[in-house]
Design a protein around this ligand. Structure first.
Ligand code: GMT
Length: 380
């Protein structure tokens, strides 16, 4: 197949999933064309079958907010014609599903371009619900020929909040490449991250308020009171200053390491002994899955799609939002009992590989594409 993929290219789960999917599809012999305003951050080396097309934007003084959605629609239209694309798969509905629909309208009889939209989270649970976006989000996702959600939770929210029939949405979970996300087989950074041999507690995110970064620090400070530990924070965003401040207030700043943004997250996650994700909302929690694949048990909230990823009491522990005491207790108990930690670590790896390996999940997207192209989608 000749497949176009549009996603947000900067740091974030939806861009990571879109890129990994494109790479896996190219490995399986498809031709993949990424269309976005910058190369996706995980598209870091040359691969056969992969092309990147930058969306061209004209900066005109009248445009305080240049109309990216229109430029993207033109780019999808032009590339569909130029490269004879069979379908365009957009990740994150806003504005990508709308741009894809405009492109399809523009193509008219010239080319039959099918649209697949993957809903990732805040496009449905937050941004898409805003009155300025809700009606166009619903319109655009209904215009897609194939629609997927990354968890059952997200599917249910879409059905409820956007009045979309359940048989129009297929749940295809996010996935992980177990050959890349693994505990062994990498240069080990443990000595750099925890020179005193301490346990490594980790968090990876875009540091937005929804991630509850102060809770990460609260949980860590309590764990550090029980056992020698270091907190490694990967990523960056608006909540970083609050994390710095909270770490100072709690007297643990000497044990907190801010690494900033990193494309090779797998190398760092391979050193994690425990992963914290106490988010307010999380439609899936890709970072948690990548941590599990690296054998790091996850402590987080029982919100959104996280219970579909982390098995409470087997691969980690999930508690109500803000329950930092309980999270810390569960984390300390794991880190101070090596036999139990090992059991959780092995179960985390095994479960991640069994349910969410790229080998298992990527064919689900391929099947969906064939169903869309054959007009068989929507009868689940
Ligand atoms: O909000 C983010 O963390 C970024 C966002 C994105 O679109 O990049 O993440 C969402 O999509 C990820 C990939 O499917 C999911 O793993 C995250 O759970 C989801 N974030 C939220 O629902 C808050």
């Amino acid at each position: 197949m000749r497949i176009g993929i549009t996603c947000y290219p900067t740091y974030g789960g939806s861009g990571a999933v879109a890129t990994e999917l494109g790479l896996a599809l190219a490995d399986r012999g498809h031709e993949v064309h990424f269309i976005s305003y910058a190369p996706p951050f995980r598209l870091d080396h040359f691969r056969k079958g992969i092309f990147f097309h930058e969306v061209e934007m004209d900066q005109y003084p009248l445009f305080e907010h240049p109309p990216y959605s229109l430029a993207l629609a033109v780019a999808i239209h032009d590339r569909a014609l130029q490269h004879q694309l069979d379908l365009i798969h957009v990740h994150y509905a806003i504005p990508h599903a709308t741009s894809a629909w405009i492109a399809e309208e523009m193509l008219g009889e010239e080319r039959d371009l099918k649209i697949v939209t993957t809903l990732h989270g805040t496009d449905i649970t937050l941004v898409g619900l805003h009155p300025s976006f809700q009606s166009i989000t619903r319109f655009s996702i209904l215009k897609s020929h194939g629609l997927t959600a990354v968890s059952r939770f997200l599917k249910d929210r879409t059905v409820e909040d956007f009045r979309v029939s359940p048989d129009r949405i297929r749940v295809i979970p996010n996935f992980v490449d177990p050959r890349v996300f693994r505990r062994d087989g990498k240069p080990c950074h443990r000595a750099t991250l925890a020179p005193g041999g301490e346990s490594i507690v980790m968090h990876v995110s875009n540091f937005r308020p929804v991630k509850r970064i102060p809770d990460v620090v609260e949980v860590f400070a309590r764990i550090a009171g029980e056992t020698p530990a270091r907190l490694v924070l990967v990523g960056d965003g608006p909540e970083r200053p609050r994390a710095v401040e909270r770490a100072e207030q709690l007297g643990v700043s000497d044990r907190v390491l801010f690494l900033g943004k990193h494309a090779a997250v797998d190398e760092i996650l391979a050193c994690a002994d425990l992963f914290l994700l106490p988010s307010r909302d999380e439609s899936f929690g890709l970072a948690a899955l990548e941590a599990l694949a690296c054998g790091a048990p996850v402590i987080g909230t029982e919100t959104g799609g996280l219970p579909e990823v982390v098995r409470h009491g087997e691969t980690g522990f999930l508690y109500p939002l803000g329950a930092v005491e309980k999270m810390a207790e569960a984390g300390s108990a794991l880190l101070t009992d090596p036999v139990r930690w090992k059991r959780f670590s092995q179960a985390a790896r095994e479960d991640a590989v069994e349910r969410f390996s790229s080998e298992r999940v990527v064919p689900l997207y391929e099947n969906l594409y064939w169903d869309v192209l054959n007009g068989d989608f929507g009868d689940e």
